[in-house]
Design a protein. Structure first.
Length: 131
């Protein structure tokens, strides 16, 4: 797929923006009851703790403002969510069996963003005077 190589940084920026945006939606759901409301039976530390990280972390990642630390914290949150919300209660480590695919995918996407940084089309790049 060499024809996409010249566009790699723009494709990465789109990945960062969309992952942050979708993560923000989860935070809005938990904190404000939007888009389907708070998950049934969710304890307060999930609603307010994870919801706050999802909302603030998602906004920061989408904007590309301190995206690396925000993504690192978001990645850890999703790792914890995977184990306490999926693997342990369902008694199975496999994401396709315990319905934890989204948490696992967010965990690794945010880990990649944490390693790569904000990139182009970001507030951090604008602050540096980059493209």
């Amino acid at each position: 797929m060499g024809f996409l190589k010249p566009h790699a940084e723009r494709i990465y920026a789109l990945l960062r923006i969309m992952a942050g945006f979708m993560f923000t939606l989860h935070g809005l759901q938990k904190l404000f009851g939007l888009f389907g409301g708070v998950p049934a039976g969710a304890p307060p530390f999930i609603v307010y703790g994870a919801g706050s990280i999802e909302f603030v972390g998602g906004v920061l990642v989408a904007l590309g403002l301190f995206a690396a630390p925000a993504a690192f914290i978001s990645s850890g949150t999703m790792a914890v969510a995977y184990f306490i919300g999926h693997a342990i209660p369902k008694g199975n480590i496999l994401p396709n069996v315990n319905q934890g695919e989204l948490a696992a995918l967010y965990c690794f996407v945010f880990l990649y963003i944490a390693a790569h940084g904000s990139g182009i089309w970001s507030v951090d790049a604008a602050r540096r005077g980059s493209k």
